[in-house]
Design a protein. Sequence first.
Length: 274
Amino acid sequence: MYDEVDYPEPGQVERRAVGGAESARAGRLWWDGAADAYQAEHGDFLRDAGFVWSPEGVDEAEAGLLGDVSGKRVLEVGCGAGQCGRWLRSRGVREVVGFDLARRQLQHSGRIDEQTGHRLPVVQADAQRMPFADDSFDVVFSAFGAFPFVPAAESALAEAGRVLRPGGRFVFSVTHPIRWCFPDDPTEQGMTVNQSYFDRRAYVEEDGAGRAVYVEHHHTVGDWLRGIVAAGLVPQDMVEPEWPQDNDQVWGGWGPVRGRMVPGTAIFQAVKPV
Ligand SMILES: C[S@@+](CC[C@H](N)C(=O)[O-])C[C@H]1O[C@@H](n2cnc3c(N)ncnc32)[C@H](O)[C@@H]1O
């Protein structure tokens, strides 16, 4: 039963440079190992067919960041168990496709499909090399999928720009870059800046042999913006959701105490010029 499984034990923590292949290997290992516990912990918040952008609970039903999706072909990057895609199908999209690095996350998508009678097309792939044709989607989006885990933000953003058709919209949420300065603890104790915003070395958990088994990458606000522009896209907005009064949920380093003082999420919106 998936709800009896725990997260992988954290390994030794390092701060160092990590390339694309090592990041992808670590991401696959970690998300395959963590998928059961992750879905058990967050499945209710995400809902089987729900579209939540972030731990603040920004819901696409109210936010409408993707605009009108009816009749459109939509791609989700790092789709996890496909909750967003399933919600979009109720919004009249022509087609929605999801991809994710971790096979176990996609197996959860299949499990939810079986339980709910959906059939969401999903593919196992890496956001660093999207297996889709140029100009093939009207909308590309990601809700905390993939982008916080890639070393070269500009190449993953270029991939998103490549598969988006001219006139299409790209929206993605990531950890707010300012969060990099703070410890993971989202309580009063975690209100102290303890690392440099400008330090781009990755956060790495290693196994006993020094191999990365979990990696997160930091990109500053400027890094994201430059990556969007370099991908040939035009930035439209950067949404910084405030913590809502009625959300008491703690999700890793996100929670109501720090969330009321410091932004935890950045949602970038861009379009591809015609
Ligand atoms: C925090 S989850 C977000 C997924 C979904 N929106 C959710 O809220 O559950 C991050 C997802 O990104 C996937 N991921 C990480 N690195 C990736 C990469 N390089 N390419 C594709 N997916 C990746 C993970 O496997 C995981 O399913």
